[in-house]
Design a protein around this ligand. Structure first.
Ligand code: SAH
Length: 272
């Protein structure tokens, strides 16, 4: 593997080439707390301790629950935790744009969260958020319940279900300020899953690889069908990730999301 434990390297200076890819695999891994600080998201309160517990639970449950192919401690920190931590500045900006009455928490939904990525990571870094984690696989939902109890997190719920169904359930439709989804489907499909769940004025944060020009074309068309628009596709300061940001500007027509399986079989925006 690429990391030598216990040896730390200073972060790349901001503005350098390396800053757009702050922790490439060949660099010695400085540890999650250091890496998070270097990209402008210092871990506060109980976050560092919670990440350590979460990593431990992933390492012990990954094989049995088929959670993730990433099973090396530093790779969990780098490719699962830090990738999601890198979304926090965009999350903070999205939340700041939606004023709420005092004492009310902003809400976030993560569709196809798997073992909690990125939704549970975002909850650990921003514990005041009211977070709903959704996944279609029972084993993953059961693992998430174990993690949430062990980490003593509150205002985070786990739902076993599919985006296509929950998108028509009044308890979920148009209820959330922010929606995320990572490694679940291509962009038009993701948009059909997440946009119906957003309030008007809400934001979708969708991490993607770098080579997504075609997805962006179909994604733009899909967004228009759903009452949303893609407003940004900036690179994140971590390995090869772009963050697609879409904003919901109008109600989603009642026909969306389409029935289970249709969004992925026949993605919106491919023909018109
Ligand atoms: N987001 C996680 C998991 C990605 S794997 C990560 O980045 O590691 C994709 C997950 O999406 C699987 O756990 C699968 O059960 C879930 N999924 C796929 N389609 C879904 C749908 N339509 N509704 C809800 N969950 C879905």
């Amino acid at each position: 593997m690429n990391a030598i434990s216990g040896v730390s390297t200073p972060p790349a200076p901001a503005g350098s080439d390396a800053a757009s890819n702050a922790f490439p695999p060949e660099r010695v891994w400085p540890g999650l707390a250091h890496a998070a600080r270097a990209i402008g998201v210092p871990l506060e309160g109980e976050a560092a301790a919670r990440f350590a517990q979460y990593q431990e639970l992933l390492l012990t449950h990954s094989v049995r629950f088929n959670l993730t192919a990433i099973r090396e401690p530093h790779e969990i920190e780098r490719r699962l935790f830090l990738d999601a931590v890198a979304m926090v500045p965009a999350l903070d900006a999205a939340v700041a744009a939606i004023p709420l009455p005092a004492g009310q928490a902003h809400s976030l939904v993560d569709i196809g969260t798997g073992a909690g990525f990125p939704g549970l990571v975002l909850k650990i870094v921003r514990p005041a958020l009211d977070v709903t984690l959704i996944d279609a696989t029972a084993k993953k939902v059961s693992f998430l319940r174990t993690v949430i109890a062990a980490l003593k997190l509150d205002t985070v719920g786990v739902v076993h279900g599919r985006a296509e169904d929950l998108g028509h359930d009044p308890a979920f439709r148009a209820r959330f300020d922010v929606a995320t989804a990572r490694a679940v489907a291509n962009l038009p499909v993701l948009l059909e899953y997440v946009v119906p769940l957003l309030k008007i004025g809400g934001t979708a944060l969708l991490p993607k690889g770098l080579e997504i020009d075609e997805e962006l074309r179909t994604g733009n068309r899909a967004a228009a069908h759903l009452g949303a628009a893609i407003v940004s596709d900036a690179r994140l300061p971590v390995d090869g990730t772009r963050l697609i940001i879409a904003s919901k500007c109008a109600p989603t027509p009642g026909a969306y999301p389409r029935r289970v399986g249709i969004p992925s079989r026949s993605p919106l925006g491919e023909r018109s």
